[in-house]
Design a protein around this ligand. Structure first.
Ligand code: UD1
Length: 367
């Protein structure tokens, strides 16, 4: 009997997660797949370029919800997704990560009695001021199948009363994509140089940064302090900063809206360009979740501008350090790393490029 799996994605970090699961399921002839894009991210360089580079099929349905407040965006996904589920009648809906599209789709399915699987379940920052933490908590309560990337996810879910028989430790699907795409990313380095958006860098001779969390960029005073710290770090090595649209809006009309030799402000980068840059960065400074994981896999030092992380293995085993929102700590930690201080680190268990295959096997075997 055929199994119809419907995947829901919406925002940039979802695209890297769905790709290996779709590819693994496609190898099973019993599986039929549908891909729904909610349209939460809609810019070419936040969405289309990722579909192209990751080899994803064009979405079967685009809900075109676009931007809005949290309630508006979540409600739009729900009201536009419900008829799709009713019409397409999937056996299983897979949702990814912790964005608004994830929780909205899970809620629709739970109410319709359609089985939902959550890929990247169980992560907790224990900080309910983060919109993503609310999305994670609610999605995991609603899901019928919970695929965790690391053991801490299983521990968190057990503490919240989720029955162990629903939970499967499968490893990290984001790392599947990294493993698969790394050779193509490295091929973008030519003669020991990498050129992007009019600038050229050499291996180990730059710092790479991304920032888009509301807690960092929506508060003008905080954003100003972070930018000042990055500018200082840029005196040692140039800082490359591909800017998320949210951050771009917040930077408008500030003194940091213009490029300098210390701070290179770029448009958002494609998956391959960003991975190529991460691989040879002296240091990555971020508030992203996925980048904490990617730097851990690559063995590149990472400083996270957050008080907490839902990905603790990147700190206990990996290369990640939390510097909080204290810019003195950021400057000091960056200084130590740029002066050669390296911590011992290892790749977490099951971050081996095969998480998507494990998920596919479980689904096909009727879990
Ligand atoms: C969302 C996720 C976050 C994830 C991030 C990755 C939630 C709650 N947050 O945050 O977990 O880390 O995606 O990027 O789901 N915009 C554009 N073009 C786009 C998309 C957004 O210009 O293609 C602008 C809009 O003005 C929008 C703002 O960016 O209001 C924020 O977008 P939104 O999807 O609301 O949240 P992100 O900050 O991207």
């Amino acid at each position: 009997m055929t199994i119809h799996v419907l995947h829901v994605v919406g925002a940039r970090p979802n695209f890297m997660k769905v790709a290996p699961v779709m590819a693994a399921l496609a190898r099973h002839t019993r599986v039929r797949q549908t891909l729904v894009h909610t349209g939460q991210h809609y810019d070419v360089n936040m969405s289309d370029i990722f579909f192209q580079q990751l080899g994803l099929p064009a979405p079967d349905v685009n809900l075109e919800v676009g931007s809005g407040s949290h309630a508006q965006q979540t409600a739009q996904v729900m009201s536009r997704f419900e008829p799709v589920v009713l019409e397409r009648k999937p056996d299983l809906v897979l949702v990814y990560g912790d964005v608004n599209s994830t929780v909205a789709a899970a809620l629709v399915c739970a109410k319709l009695g359609v089985r939902v699987g959550h890929v990247e379940a169980g992560l907790r920052s224990f900080d309910r001021t983060m919109p993503e933490e609310i999305n994670r908590l609610v999605t995991d309560q609603l899901a019928d199948l919970l695929f965790t990337p690391s053991e801490d996810g299983n521990v968190n879910l057990a503490r919240e009363g989720i029955p162990a028989e629903k939970v499967y430790l499968v490893g990290n699907v984001m790392i599947d994509t990294l493993v698969h795409m790394l050779p193509a990313a490295l091929a973008r380095w030519q003669d020991g140089r990498f050129a992007v958006q009019g600038m050229t860098v050499e291996p180990g001779r730059y710092v790479l940064t991304t920032l888009h969390r509301p807690s960092n960029v929506d508060d003008p005073a905080m954003l100003e302090q972070i930018m000042a710290a990055l500018f200082d770090i840029g005196q040692q090595l140039p800082v490359i900063f591909p800017i998320h649209p949210r951050t771009r809006q917040r930077l408008q009309n500030t003194q940091y809206a213009i490029c300098s030799t210390q701070l290179h402000l770029l448009e958002p980068l494609s998956y391959l360009d960003f991975l190529a840059l991460q691989r040879h960065a002296a240091l990555v400074i971020t508030d992203s979740g996925g980048i904490q994981e990617e730097t851990t896999y690559l063995g590149v030092p990472c400083l996270t501008v957050r008080e907490n992380t839902e990905r603790p293995v990147t700190v206990t085993l990996g290369t990640n350090q939390l510097v909080g929102r204290d810019m003195g700590r950021l400057r000091q930690a960056a200084d130590r790393i740029l002066n050669g201080e390296v911590r011992p680190h290892q790749i977490p268990p099951l971050w081996d490029g095969k998480a998507g295959e494990r998920i596919a096997e479980l689904i096909v075997s009727g879990c």
